[in-house]
Ligand binder design. Sequence first.
Ligand code: PXP
Length: 389
Amino acid sequence: MPVHIRSEAPGRDPISLDRLRRTAETLLGLCGHRASELSILLVGDPGMRQLNHHYRHKDKPTNVLSFPMQEGEAIANGVLLGDIVISTDTASLEARELHVPLRQRLNWLLIHGLVHLLGHDHERSEAEAVIMAAREQTLQDQLHHHERKHAMTQLAINVDHVATLRQARGINEPDPVLAAGICELAGASGIVVHLREDRRHIQDRDLRLLRETIKTRLNLEMGATPEIIAIAVGLKPDMVTLVPEKRQELTTEGGLNVSGQKKRLAEVIRQLGQAGIPVSLFVDPEPRQIAAAAAIGATFVEIHTGRYCDAIGEQRQDEEFELVAQAAEQAFGLGLKVNAGHGLNYQNAGRVAALDAIGELSIGHSVMARAIFVGLDQAVREMLALVRS
Ligand code: PXP
């Protein structure tokens, strides 16, 4: 195993060590060092301060330190390159200041540390600083390209409609918790439920049981009201998707007006972030909304595909698809993770899933409608096959 990773950092921000290790392995490959070894240690600011004091006589924390095992710039593949130490406290602070996701900041620090291990040093001279910055930028671009090429679009299933059927009779079946398990066994990578203020389908009991039983990812869709925010903070779903919610609507009708309520939504994102919950904003495919979502610190956007799905005629559908594609590109370029959903079915989902920037589709109605005839397991598997192909 060429990358050894360890964390001594306080677990304030959710950081996936496995993902960071995979990123480091990809970076080694991109640098021609697939067979070289590297150690990564994550620490908090107090630990980093001690190391910075001991090795560089600077009595303060820093973001990243590199300890090379090799000298010079022509280092052969297959050697022990050295250690990279990253302070997750400083990385989190910098991510917030730069309005980028923590993961993106960690990747940058990893690249910076690695380029040091490969013999570059921006402190040596101005010319060297320019060369090092160029190398970092190239690696960043290559990593970006690699991640897009290799990421497979995932499928999250919304099980609200199972609860709708149950509520129609006011009894205890069918159970959305059982449905969620079947979806996971069929290969869904996440379960979505919308806890509405009027509790028309999903109930508080469902949420509690789903939190206990879901093995993939629980995405809680919700309006940004104080009652539901408090429930989310207590429940700690794996992520929250904020949607506009109107009592009279049959289903979510449009995207959030993020640009028109930046301050309020930034505060909600902060509150949920403090509880360790990443936030997705459900937005129409409009540049203004995507830019606002990135500016206020959302981790994800979910692009509303309703207009694309409802468009009649090939030309109108192409036009709406183009807007979804451009919005996805814009969001990805701003460092957001990009999901999409609403109205997707077995005819139109594949085209959206094929967009490079899209990470996950959120689908409910069409899968449940098909499940009535072919069974839930098969309905999910068929959609998954479409999304992956
Ligand atoms: N995404 C969001 C934000 C939604 O509100 C919904 C509907 O609950 C969906 C996705 C799923 O839409 P559909 O049921 O049309 O697949």
